[in-house]
Write a protein that binds this ligand. Structure first.
Ligand SMILES: CNc1ncnc2c1ncn2[C@@H]1O[C@H](COP(=O)(O)O)[C@@H](O)[C@H]1O
Ligand SMILES: [Zn+2]
Length: 341
């Protein structure tokens, strides 16, 4: 095979990774802000004299960061995205971006925040996130309505334009994150909120934040409480979610082929490919599949199997898991039909 043919193959593989249905289980809302949105927000704050735009621009556009720099950047993101309107906007854009690359189920995690100067409480932060989900029009978002039933927020009759059938559909559920810096009381508040908002699609609790800060004793009571109340927990510690680009950038792996994905995949260890922070690491879920396929020599069947297997690990109910299985089966059938033509 010539270099040119190889190049063509890779392009086809990249497009194929984009086309297949995928499940995203590990994405932090504020890590998924589009660069263009960050720059726009920074410009506005710069004009108001609240930040120095040029300094921020330089930081946002920097490629490759250490773990410490990543967490400094999160602090900056949290300054840029603090009001309710912006939280709704970044939620809407993150969902649109995932749906655009054929993510059919998204578990979006975010840390509810109090911000007195903006009149924000953890509850109102979450409401802003939910309003963001409601405001998506370009794709068909299925969330959970206050009666506890899965429903689409998009009503084609009211809004006009594309019909539901013509649009991509994405199921979205939320995980509420406890930041390792938080006090026990703040962590408890997040768990209580998650329990209260279960019928609105909150399916679990996450523990995240800078791994070198915080004390286990401060967040343990909240995690224990969540567990006792039957709320699933996902920890940033030995998780089954693998975020190749994130690990490469932050763990100082000298090269991606040294990543433990290779060994785990060979051993059929349960794992799911995820992005972590699409904005921060300039990646996408399709790109992560493509990266795994090209680095570890996975064929298409294995890639599709990997994306289908993620269904086992979603926190959503069995009914939704069944729907996801049907989506993947329909895709499989289409592949077989195409092949037999
Ligand atoms: C690089 N790998 C990571 N390790 C640990 N925590 C991470 C993370 N990436 C993101 N976060 C957590 O998610 C927050 C941003 O989204 P939200 O404000 O919650 O929407 C970060 O402040 C951090 O607490
Ligand atoms: Zn993470």
């Amino acid at each position: 095979m010539t270099e040119r043919e190889k190049g063509r193959d890779f392009t086809e593989l990249k497009e194929w990774c984009l086309a297949i249905p995928k499940i995203e289980l590990h994405a932090h809302l504020n890590g998924c802000i589009r660069d263009s949105t960050l720059l726009e927000l920074a410009e506005v704050l710069g004009e108001r004299g609240e930040i120095v735009f040029d300094d921020v621009k330089h930081v946002i556009n920097k490629y490759g960061r250490t773990l410490t720099e990543c967490f400094q950047l999160f602090d900056l993101f949290h300054i840029l995205a603090t009001d309710h309107e912006t939280i709704s906007r970044i939620t809407k854009e993150a969902v649109e971006d995932f749906a655009a690359e054929n993510v059919v189920y998204l578990e979006l995690r975010t840390t509810p925040k109090n911000n007195e100067t903006k009149g924000m409480t953890k509850r109102s932060y979450l409401k802003a996130v939910i309003n963001g989900l409601r405001s998506v029009e370009s794709v068909n978002v299925s969330f959970i309505n206050p009666n506890g039933r899965t429903e689409s927020f998009y009503d084609p009759l009211q809004k006009g334009g594309l019909t539901v059938l013509e649009k991509k559909r994405i199921y979205v559920r939320l995980l509420l994150s406890i930041d390792r810096r938080e006090t026990t009381a703040a962590a408890m508040e997040t768990v209580s909120l998650a329990l209260e908002m279960r019928e609105l699609g909150v399916v679990g609790i996450d523990l995240s934040g800078n791994p070198i800060v915080g004390e286990w004793n401060s967040f343990f009571p909240a995690l224990k409480y969540a567990k006792e109340m039957g709320l699933p927990i996902t920890l940033h510690c030995g998780e089954i979610e693998i975020c190749l680009t994130s690990n490469l950038r932050t763990e100082r792996l000298s090269s991606i082929d040294l990543h433990h994905f290779g060994k785990l995949f060979k051993a059929k260890h349960p794992l799911v490919l995820c992005t972590d922070d699409t904005g921060l690491f300039s990646t996408s879920l399709s790109n992560e599949y493509y990266l795994a396929a090209t680095t570890f020599g996975l064929d298409k069947e294995s890639i599709l199997q990997l994306s289908t297997n993620a269904i086992h690990y979603v926190f959503a109910d069995n009914e939704l898991k069944k729907t996801l299985r049907e989506i993947f089966q329909a895709y499989d059938k289409r592949l077989v039909d195409d092949f037999s033509l």
